[in-house]
Design a protein around this ligand. Structure first.
Ligand SMILES: [Zn+2]
Length: 241
């Protein structure tokens, strides 16, 4: 867990770590010690494997039923991650080998989760490592890539959803996946930290080449535009945490 994730978990467990700033200051240390004492752990102020396991366990036990974990623990290795960027593959409903090479987690048409080839740890914020998931131009370091398998042959304007229009099942699975990742990595739900590829240029100021995933929901013609889709997603994630 990153220090931020530990701080969030401590706060959730009722032990005030001070501001969530990623720093192991006196308040955070005191909160770790208080948590350790309350959970019959060795009180040393170090959030080692036992303390982290207890924190994660606590977080999981106290998560609302609606957000029971969907992402397998082993898909979420230790790493410092800053944000989650959501995409569609512009491919078919089932994840191809190429799709899997570009993202960490994929969601197929029926909501089935597929593990991407690169580990999330390869995109660590401290520096991407060889084989990292290349999902967003100049913005892969510290970024988790989640992608919906859909939208092959789609056209932005005038909008045509193509041969694999996004399904409600995959869109509705997305907030649950993101909620798990936010908890695991201590990522806050803001337009800069949970966003779609189509929002990267505006929200982060990093130029993309006309990417429009996700600015349309094929099953819901009333939600149009990157911001509208992103806001709907963030609202759904917030309601789970
Ligand atoms: Zn994309």
């Amino acid at each position: 867990m990153s220090v931020e994730a530990i701080q969030r978990a401590l706060a959730r467990a009722g032990f005030d770590p001070g501001p969530v700033d990623g720093k192991l200051g006196p308040k955070t240390l005191a909160a770790i010690k208080a948590f350790q004492k309350a959970h019959a752990l060795l009180v040393d102020g170090i959030a080692g494997p036992m303390t982290q396991a207890a924190l994660l366990n606590y977080v999981e036990l106290t998560m609302p039923v609606s957000s029971v974990r969907v992402v397998p623990t082993e898909w979420m290795p230790d790493a410092i991650m800053k944000r989650i960027i959501v995409h569609w593959t512009a491919g078919a409903y089932k994840a191809s080998a190429l799709d899997k090479s570009h993202y960490h987690v994929l969601i197929e048409d029926d909501g089935q989760l597929v593990h991407g080839k690169p580990s999330i740890a390869l995109n660590d914020a401290r520096g991407a490592k060889a084989g990292y998931a290349a999902h967003t131009l100049n913005c892969n370091t510290g970024s988790i890539g989640v992608s919906l398998c859909c939208m092959a042959g789609a056209i932005e304007s005038p909008f045509k959803a193509g041969t694999a229009p996004m399904t409600r099942a995959q869109w509705e699975k997305l907030p649950r996946v993101i909620a798990d990742l936010c908890w695991r990595y201590g990522i806050a739900i803001t337009p800069q930290t949970v966003l779609s590829h189509a929002e990267v240029q505006v929200n982060l100021g990093i130029k993309q080449r006309g990417k429009w995933d996700i600015s349309r929901l094929a099953f819901d013609p009333s939600t149009v535009g990157a911001k509208a889709c992103g806001d709907a997603l963030r609202k759904a994630v917030s309601s789970l945490l």
